[in-house]
Design a protein around this ligand. Structure first.
Ligand SMILES: C[S@@+](CC[C@H](N)C(=O)[O-])C[C@H]1O[C@@H](n2cnc3c(N)ncnc32)[C@H](O)[C@@H]1O
Length: 249
């Protein structure tokens, strides 16, 4: 299992270009400080405009307001609730893993639905405030020792369901962000292949674009049925979509 993880392509975030000729050297030595200063100023203006727009949109969002009223930690709760309404993937007694669980709204939804005999195991790189009944591990899912810790929490219980809402911090570099996101999705699919019961289900957030078709093909090799879901709470302008693999082979 750890070999599989180690074999995945690590995304290199350190790639930088070096000057190749004297014109570029001139630019790097004499003009770069000025260039960086101007762009930093422009970036700051742009960023503060876009964060104001984001804040206005967030405060007025009906799902944000509903989440506050219903006691959910994030509006994402309504995405899972809507999918579950249709597909009934979480039922009393379901044993499930929630990958990328913080701040915890999917775990809040899940623990209510699985009842006393069900189980919810959750993992995130960020801390997550305690939820009664949810067993949580904080760590980076890409790391073999974190995976091993999470697996020992499961105590070899086969899972009925894996739900994965993991998304990396967006850097603004679309190509890099897409690659990082699919890397996490691939690890989640590996995890599902290793821990789901035959007949189990896997719900995963993916971003349409590069890598989507290949991932869909891999899902189809693992599950007899693969469906797409775009719940109302998922913003139209977002390329996110949920893939639901049913009936693990
Ligand atoms: C959209 S949020 C999940 C929201 C959650 N479903 C909820 O309802 O509260 C995505 C989560 O993925 C987590 N994440 C990103 N990269 C991760 C990694 N390498 N390992 C574990 N979690 C990761 C982030 O920390 C973030 O909390």
């Amino acid at each position: 299992m750890s070999d599989k993880i180690n074999n995945k392509i690590k995304v290199n975030t350190q790639a930088t270009r070096q000057p190749e000729n004297s014109v570029q050297c001139y630019f790097f030595i004499f003009r770069l400080p000025e260039y960086l200063f101007i762009n930093r100023k422009n970036n700051m203006v742009q960023r503060s405009k876009s964060s104001t727009t984001w804040m206005n949109e967030h405060v007025n969002d009906p799902y944000v307001q509903r989440a506050q009223k219903d006691g959910y930690r994030a509006r994402a709760a309504y995405k899972l609730l809507e999918i579950n309404e249709k597909d009934k993937i979480i039922k009393p007694n379901t044993v499930l893993a929630d990958l990328g669980s913080a701040p915890g709204s999917w775990s809040q939804v899940a623990i209510k639905l699985v009842g006393k005999q069900g189980k919810v195991f959750a993992l995130d790189i960020l801390p997550m405030e305690h939820i009664d009944g949810v067993q949580f591990i904080q760590g980076d899912f890409r790391e073999a020792d974190v995976l091993a810790q999470f697996e020992s929490l499961l105590e070899n219980r086969p899972l009925d369901l894996v739900i994965c809402d993991m998304a990396p911090n967006m850097s603004g570099n679309a190509v890099m962000d897409q690659a990082r996101s699919y890397y996490l999705c691939e690890l989640a699919l590996d995890f599902s292949q290793n821990h789901l019961k035959t007949g189990g289900c896997f719900l995963v957030k993916v971003f349409q674009g590069s890598g989507y078709q290949e991932y869909l093909t891999a899902m189809r090799e693992t599950f007899t049925v693969v469906q797409t879901r775009k719940p109302d709470a998922s913003r139209n302008r977002s390329s996110e979509i949920y893939l639901l693999g049913k009936n693990k082979r």
